[in-house]
Design a binder for this molecule. Structure first.
Ligand code: CAA
Length: 393
C-alpha cells in the first residue's frame, strides 16, 4: 500500500507508476543482484558496476529534478525501490540511500546553481557516487561535537581531521564533509563543504570489516591541510549542522525503507521455506507455532510499511516530517531485527548457513538500528517532538 502523491486525503492505493517502480526494482534485484550477493557479502566486494546500472535505471537520483539529471519521482517511489532492493541486497541499497537522500537531496535543497550543475547532475545520473561525512571517532550520536576543522583562510577553507564509518568512503567521488569553523559558536559555527576525491591532503583510511552490509564500502577519511575553495561551502557560514539535521530527516526515511525491505525479504523467504520444509509428518507451515510466527511478522511488517510510507508522503506534501521519519526508522529497524531473527529460527539449521540468505539479512538488519542516528537518537527526536506538542499528522 502507499499514499498517492496527488491527493491530500487518505489513499492506500499504489499508483500505476509506483507499481511499475516496484516491478522494475524487483526484476533488477532478482536478475542482476541476486546471483553474486552471497560472494560479495563474504568477500566484501563493492557492487560498483551494479550501482552504475542502477544509475542508468534512475535509482541513484530518484527524487532529483530531471533538469539536474534525476527522474523527479516522489519519496514514496524512492521508498518502494529501497524496499525491493533491500529485500536481498542492503549493501547496494545503503549506497543508493546515501547518494539519493543525503548527498543529492542536500545539494538540490541547499546548493547553488553552480554546485548543482557541477556536482548534483553526475551524482543524480549515477555517473558519480556521493558520500556524507558527519561521524567522527568522538562525534557519532553527539553530532554537534565536531573535531574536524575548516579554518577560514579567505578564499578557501583549510580542512583538517578524521571522519569514521563513512558509507561509500573509498568509492565516492564527491563528499559532503561537516566541519567546525568557529568553535566558540558551537553548532552554529559548523559548515558543510563539498570535497572532491583527489584533493591534495585528502586520504582514504582503513576499510572496515563489518558484521553486516559487508559489500558496502565503509572507510575512515583523513584530511590534512586540504584546501577547499569557498564556493564549495553549502549554504551560509554556520549552516552545516542544520544542513546535516535537515538532510538526515529525509535520510532516515530511506533507512527505514531499507529496514522494512530487510524484514520483508526475510519474511518472504520464511513463508516460502515453511511451505516446503517437512517436520513431524507435514510441512512446517501446518504447525501453529510457525503460523503464529508468520502472523506476527506480517503484522509488524505491515505496520512498519505504513509508518515508512506515511513519513515519505508527509515529505512529499512538504509537511513537517522530522518526528515521522524518526518514528518510521525506530520502528522499522526494530521490526527488521525481530523479523530476521525469527526467519533464521524458522529455517532452523539451514537459516544459520549463507546459502539460504536469511543469516545475511539478520546481520544486515542490525546496522539499521545504528546508522543515520541510533535507536536512542530516534527516541530523542521523537520524545522532543512529542513533548513540544508535535503529532504525527
Ligand atoms: N532541523 C533543523 N534544525 C535542527 C534539527 C532539525 N531536524 N534538529 C536539530 N536542529 C537544530 C536545533 O534547532 C538547534 O539549533 P538552535 O540552537 O538554533 O535552536 C541545533 O540544531 C542543535 O540541536 P540540538 O540542541 O537538538 O542538538 P543535540 O546536541 O541535542 O543533538 C541529535 C540532537 C538529534 C542527537 C543530533 O545530534 C543527531 O541527530 N545525532 C545523530 C547524528 C546522526 O544521525 N549521524 C548519522 C551519520 S550519517 C550516516 O550514518 C550515513 C550512513 O553512513 C548511512
Amino acid at each position: 500500500f502507499a499514499f498517492s502523491k496527488n491527493k491530500n486525503n487518505m489513499d492506500f492505493q499504489l499508483t500505476e507508476e509506483h507499481q511499475q517502480i516496484r516491478e522494475m526494482a524487483r526484476t533488477f534485484t532478482q536478475n542482476v543482484l541476486k546471483p553474486g550477493v552471497i560472494d560479495r557479502d563474504r568477500d566484501m566486494i563493492h557492487p560498483t558496476e551494479f550501482l552504475k546500472q542502477m544509475g542508468e535505471l534512475g535509482f541513484m537520483g530518484m527524487m532529483v529534478d530531471p533538469k539536474y539529471g534525476g527522474v523527479g519521482m516522489d519519496t514514496v517511489s524512492y521508498c518502494i525501490a529501497m524496499e525491493e532492493i533491500s529485500k536481498l541486497d542492503a549493501s547496494c541499497s545503503v549506497a543508493m540511500s546515501v547518494n539519493n537522500s543525503l548527498v543529492c537531496w542536500g545539494l538540490e535543497a541547499y546548493g547553488t546553481e553552480e554546485q548543482k550543475q557541477k556536482y548534483l547532475t553526475p551524482l543524480a545520473k549515477g555517473e558519480k557516487l556521493g558520500a556524507f561525512a558527519l561521524s567522527e571517532p568522538e562525534a557519532g550520536s553527539d553530532a554537534t561535537s565536531q573535531k574536524t576543522t575548516a579554518e577560514d583562510k579567505g578564499d578557501y577553507y583549510l580542512l583538517n581531521g578524521t571522519k569514521n564509518w563513512i558509507t561509500n568512503g573509498g568509492k565516492a567521488d564527491t563528499y559532503l564533509v561537516i566541519a567546525q569553523t568557529h568553535p566558540e559558536k558551537g553548532h552554529k559555527g559548523i559548515n558543510v563543504l563539498i570535497v572532491e576525491k583527489g584533493m591534495p591532503g585528502f586520504e582514504i583510511g582503513a576499510k572496515e570489516d563489518k558484521l553486516g552490509i559487508r559489500a558496502s564500502d565503509t572507510h575512515s577519511l583523513l584530511f590534512t591541510d586540504v584546501k577547499v575553495p569557498k564556493e564549495n561551502r553549502i549554504g551560509e557560514d554556520g549552516f552545516g549542522f542544520k544542513f546535516a539535521m535537515k538532510t538526515l530527516e529525509g535520510g532516515r526515511i530511506g533507512i527505514a525503507a531499507q529496514a522494512l525491505g530487510i524484514a520483508a525479504g526475510a519474511y518472504e523467504l520464511a513463508v516460502e521455506y515453511s511451505k516446503v520444509r517437512k517436520a513431524f509428518g507435514t510441512e512446517i507451515s501446518n504447525h501453529q507455532i510457525i503460523q503464529f510466527k508468520l502472523a506476527d511478522m506480517a503484522t509488524q511488517i505491515e505496520a512498519a510499511r505504513l509508518l515508512v510510507y506515511k513519513a515519505a508522503w508527509l515529505k512529499d506534501q512538504h509537511k513537517d516530517y522530522a518526528v515521522a521519519s524518526a518514528t518510521a526508522k525506530l520502528f522499522a529497524s526494530e521490526v527488521a531485527m525481530r523479523t530476521t531473527t525469527e526467519a533464521v529460527q524458522i529455517h532452523g539449521g539451514y537459516g544459520y548457513v549463507k546459502e539460504y540468505h536469511v543469516e545475511r539479512l539478520m546481520r544486515d538488519a542490525k546496522i539499521t538500528q545504528i546508522y543515520e542516528g541510533t535507536s536512542e537518537v530516534q527516541r530523542i527526536v521523537i520524545s522532543r517532538g512529542v513533548l513540544s506538542g508535535k503529532t504525527l499528522d
